[in-house]
Write a protein that binds this ligand. Structure first.
Ligand SMILES: Cc1cc2nc3c(=O)[nH]c(=O)nc-3n(C[C@H](O)[C@H](O)[C@H](O)COP(=O)(O)O)c2cc1C
Length: 262
């Protein structure tokens, strides 16, 4: 066995142990996360996660398409292959976490649904390597997200909603109650929070839930269900707004700071 395999087995064992502990201690569903780029080896690990009590799996095919020989069709087929093999191994729901870098995301998401996915998570954030201009070293950087990043997710959920029967989750840039409300308005079922909780601590979740309740009351919604999808492309008053480039309007609405000539 190679060193990397020993390392992997050790981490997989610890993850499964943690999963069992969480299942024993929590009354909420526990979704286990699988990261990988090929179907070899780790599909079995999905089965172990199910046995350890996971209620669902999130499959993150963390793949940077850096091979000049590989077409987008081949890459999409690879995702479908991994999903199909995992589907044969487990009976619990599988959600696919995708990057935004697909040529035709909606078409591809429908293919994933046909191949047995139960949910979709939009979108993965790839960490961008940075260059230190003094040492000329390539350095990995961890930069937490900002709210603006949520808009990319919101647009694609708005376009997707009503076209598939998948559970739709958003991840990337959801920090405030306004971000969460927007996700619900376009049709998301789930909002993932990561950066904001790293930044403000897990107790911030309680504050966001309280703020959401207040928002619903103030805007006279009786339930989350009532607002879900009401601003998706299918229900929007101006459905084209989610597709148009809008460069002219956007530029005209921009106000330069005082003293800056345009
Ligand atoms: C420190 C750190 C570690 C992460 N590790 C993983 C991981 O192992 N697998 C994964 O699918 N996503 C991972 N993510 C991505 C998050 O799950 C999430 O999709 C991303 O941070 C975007 O959400 P956010 O804007 O709320 O941070 C990680 C993010 C951070 C900040």
């Amino acid at each position: 066995m190679k060193m990397t395999q020993i390392f992997e087995h050790y981490h997989q064992g610890r993850y499964l142990e943690k999963l069992q502990q969480l299942k024993a201690q929590l009354n909420i569903p526990v979704i286990a996360s699988l990261n990988g780029i090929t179907s070899e080896g780790w599909i079995e690990y999905g089965k172990s996660m199910q046995q350890a009590g996971a209620d669902a799996l999130e499959l993150n095919v963390y793949y940077v398409a850096a091979d000049i020989e590989k077409s987008s069709q081949e890459i999409e087929d690879q995702y479908i292959k991994i999903l199909t093999e995992l589907r044969q191994q487990v009976s619990i729901p599988i959600s696919m976490k995708l990057s935004s870098q697909f040529t035709s995301p909606l078409h591809f998401i429908r293919r994933l649904e046909q191949a047995g996915a139960d949910g979709i998570v939009l979108f993965n954030r790839f960490y961008q390597p940075d260059i230190d201009s003094e040492t000329l070293m390539i350095t990995p950087t961890l930069s937490l997200s900002r709210s603006e990043e949520s808009l990319l997710r919101i647009r694609w959920v708005a376009l997707l909603y009503g076209q598939v029967n998948l559970s739709i989750a958003v991840t990337g840039g959801f920090h405030t109650v306004e971000d969460i409300v927007k996700a619900l308005l376009v049709g998301a079922d789930v909002t993932h929070l990561c950066s904001v909780l790293l930044d403000r601590g897990s107790q911030h979740l309680r504050q966001l839930l309280n703020e959401l309740e207040i928002w619903l009351e103030e805007h006279e919604y009786e339930s989350v269900q009532q607002l879900k999808g009401s601003l998706s492309q299918q229900h929007a008053i101006n459905p084209d707004e989610f597709e148009r480039a809008n460069y002219i309007d956007v530029l005209e609405s921009y106000k330069s700071p005082d003293g800056v000539l345009r």
